[in-house]
Design a protein around this ligand. Structure first.
Ligand SMILES: [Zn+2]
Length: 341
């Protein structure tokens, strides 16, 4: 099977959709699942994406766009430029609901001690695994935990868990993506007025420490470029950023499953770029394409180089031009976990 890319025609302000699809479909694990599940589902978004994989034709793209417009209940509209990240979220939710596995009723009671991290985290993990499983969740979902501590005595006042499909990074302060990721996971103060049950102090803020209890296979990062100002007008932040080939998330793990610490290294697979302003802009995609070469029943991924897709135009590009330049256009980034050796 070849994943060598073909362009996608712009059928009326669809560059936001084309760029996202180019990135997602260049990820071999995603494409393989879409091809296998899409075959089983008759009328569905999964099926429409599968049809597009085979042809990359105008008719299939148009069908997929119509499905998105219909299923999103007007969130996405004909001939209107939309946000690639909003489309990503919509596709993930929709593909998950079409392909979720049947589940048994989850009947473990939640552990009583709300501050016992290990018990709460294991319960959350089991519940999530039981209630929400699909190939989409296996690929994109992470579970994050936040331990919230008293800023006066460090006592643990609360634990929060959250399933996520992407992380949203604030820009500024550095042009290094690794630094922005480190900032995201570093302990931060949060306004929170409570009376600490340990030291009885009335505190105004708590310390929040977020980490993963389950890492995603595919890490999706949205750079927070679109922000509302005081008058509610959306402004674009054009801070330049360098996108590295590898990201190291090893130090951001809470180990709950007793498997011991391991490395979590991610390799860049694709970037959706947005250029221009909030009023008018254009999306393009850069991604690494791969060939799936079957060998003894295993599909081995072989890199086929970096490509740049601007709607229907596709050109080969070099890795250094993707990862060595500072640029103000990267918007969505897709990284895949490197298997533990
Ligand atoms: Zn305290």
């Amino acid at each position: 099977m070849k994943l060598r890319p073909q362009g996608l025609e712009n059928i009326g302000n669809t560059c936001y959709m084309n760029s996202l699809l180019q990135c997602l479909l260049s990820i071999a694990s995603f494409q393989t699942e879409i091809l296998s599940y899409g075959q089983k589902k008759k009328k569905s978004l999964t099926r429409s994406i599968r049809n597009l994989v085979h042809t990359k034709g105008r008719a299939e793209l148009s069908q997929l766009r119509n499905d998105i417009i219909k299923l999103s209940d007007g969130q996405f509209k004909h001939n209107k430029q939309e946000d690639s990240h909003e489309l990503f979220r919509f596709l993930i939710e929709q593909l998950h609901s079409e392909n979720r596995n049947a589940h048994e009723k989850f009947s473990y009671p939640q552990p009583k001690n709300m501050l016992d991290f290990q018990d709460q985290a294991s319960w959350w993990y089991e519940r999530e695994k039981n209630r929400n499983s699909s190939f989409i969740f296996d690929l994109f979902r992470s579970i994050q935990a936040e331990i919230i501590c008293c800023s006066s005595c460090n006592f643990r006042v609360k634990i929060k868990f959250q399933s996520m499909f992407d992380i949203n990074l604030a820009l500024g302060g550095s042009d290094s993506l690794q630094v922005l990721v480190n900032n995201y996971f570093s302990a931060g103060l949060e306004e929170n007025s409570i009376v600490c049950q340990n030291c009885n102090a009335e505190i105004e803020s708590t310390i929040r420490i977020p980490k993963f209890i389950v890492f995603p296979q595919i890490l999706t990062i949205q750079l927070n470029r679109f922000k509302s100002d005081q008058r509610g007008r959306v402004q674009k932040d054009n801070s330049p950023i360098k996108v590295p080939l590898f990201l190291d998330l090893t130090s951001f793990q809470y180990n709950i499953l007793g498997k011991g610490q391991r490395e979590f290294i991610y390799r860049l697979k694709g970037i959706v770029h947005h250029s221009g302003s909030t009023g008018g802009g254009h999306y393009i995609a850069q991604f690494i394409s791969c060939l799936l070469i079957p060998y003894r029943d295993i599909h081995n991924e072989v890199d086929d180089g970096w490509y740049c897709c601007n709607d229907s135009s596709v050109r080969l590009t070099c890795q250094s031009s993707v990862t060595e330049n500072r640029s103000s256009s990267p918007y969505l980034l897709f990284y895949e976990q490197v298997p533990d050796s």
